[in-house]
Design a protein around this ligand. Structure first.
Ligand code: T4K
Length: 374
């Protein structure tokens, strides 16, 4: 077995000196958090980079999403998918709303737009679709449905940093989109996240929600939270933003190499990026179809693990299979999501993955099923 372990991802870090340079200012300003200068500088840079009119920064993507839902100021049901990270559903529940699970599209794993209308009731207040792995939801159909039923659309765009769809920045779709800047993401601020939105009036509301719901008169006008991004996080963001395009290009290379080496493996379903989309190559999900591949996903994972390679089953199990969320509909309502989640495996994907690493991973996938049983 090789000594070097290969995990599903590896965070991008700037040069050590570069980060130290960026945080020096904190020793001069004595401002460590609570909307400081470095926070404000990153915010302006992100507005430009993401091509959106309004951005609010948060301590993590999850608090950002919860805050977006709190800013709706409504009670009721939110239509979402169970094929996602637990954060999506937790944000809905934390904001005092009720998740309603919709099935997913078998091709790109985003919300099944043909099922949404059947789930709308008089209690529905919003749709919360997930651009999972950076696969873009059917944004035009979702907009039509939202208009018809007067619903808000909040996208979980945790995986979508830097993506463009049909010539538009991904953050321009829907009422609000949430990006995650967690260490494991294409762009990181150690932990962190952002909301981007059309309505500039939301900016002051979100600032209050992020700061315990307090307004300037020290009255809590919202049931808020403590969601502020601190200066050390923002400094990491400023450093990482300089290299993000280069990193995305390197990820694109990894993506292409995987596609090339795995294209002929029977029973391995490869990802598809929509033609009109400029991707960020954040994940490399494959489906393992045991019937035609010959061995199960678990067996393949075991083989990879025994060779020091650690892919992840994002997203298995489904959220509607978790004990805490079993009250909100059953997995029987989302059969496609169930099937995909049982087959899904995210292969290692990061900018510094070498040709040798990729070949090592692919050789195991290509060779593993030859003459094997389950
Ligand atoms: N919505 C969606 C659709 C999301 O995917 C997420 C987060 C959110 C909302 C919430 O956003 P945040 O609040 O996180 O900003 C990871 C991440 O923690 C999580 O951010 C991410 N989704 C989720 C899909 O993946 P785990 O439990 O798999 O993380 P962990 O610690 O096992 O890390 C995975 C691998 O990455 C490790 O095997 C090694 C490597 N790693 C990880 C960290 C943290 C490193 O090399 N260095 C590191 O510092 O959740």
């Amino acid at each position: 077995m090789a000594n070097d372990k290969i995990f599903v991802t590896k965070p991008s870090l700037p040069e050590f000196e570069e980060y130290i340079n960026e945080i020096k200012y904190i020793w001069e300003s004595n401002i460590l958090t609570n909307f400081g200068d470095i926070h404000n500088k990153l915010l302006e840079q992100l507005k430009k980079y993401l091509s959106v009119p309004n951005v609010s920064l948060f301590t993590n993507g999850h608090i950002a999403l919860t805050s977006a839902l709190k800013a709706l100021g409504k009670k009721g049901e939110v239509i979402t998918t169970p094929f996602t990270f637990v954060s999506t559903t937790l944000a809905i529940v934390d904001a005092g709303l009720t998740p309603v699970f919709c099935d997913i599209d078998p091709e790109n794993y985003t919300i099944d737009v043909n099922m949404i209308e059947s789930l709308i009731t008089s209690d529905t207040v919003a749709i919360l679709p997930v651009h999972v792995y950076g696969n873009i939801c059917n944004v035009s159909r979702i907009e039509e449905i939202a208009k018809k039923y007067d619903l808000k659309v909040i996208y979980d765009a945790a995986h979508c940093f830097g993506i463009e769809h049909e010539g538009k920045a991904i953050g321009c779709y829907g009422d609000i989109s949430m990006f995650s800047f967690h260490a494991t993401k294409v762009f990181n601020t150690i932990e962190g996240g952002a909301l981007v939105y059309r309505d500039e009036n939301l900016s002051s509301v979100l600032k209050k929600i992020t700061n315990f719901g307090l307004d300037t008169g020290y009255n809590a006008s919202y049931i808020g939270t403590n969601g502020k991004m601190n200066e050390f996080q923002a400094a990491m963001g400023i450093c990482n933003l300089k290299k993000v395009d280069e990193n995305i290009q390197a990820r694109k290379y990894v993506y292409k190499k995987y596609m090339e080496l795995l294209s002929d493996v029977k029973g391995i379903v490869l990802p598809k990026i929509k033609e009109a989309t400029k991707g960020n190559y954040s994940y490399f999900p494959i489906q393992v179809d045991k019937a035609s591949y010959g061995i199960s996903k678990n067996k393949l994972m075991e083989l990879l693990n025994s060779n020091g390679i650690y892919p992840r089953e994002y997203f298995y199990p489904l959220i509607n299979e978790f004990d805490a969320y079993k009250g909100f509909g059953t997995v029987k309502d989302t059969p496609i999501a169930k099937q995909i989640s049982e087959r899904i495996l995210c292969l290692p994907m990061y900018s510094s993955l070498t040709d040798k690493d990729i070949e090592r991973i692919c050789t195991i996938i290509v060779e593993s099923n030859k003459g094997s049983e389950i």
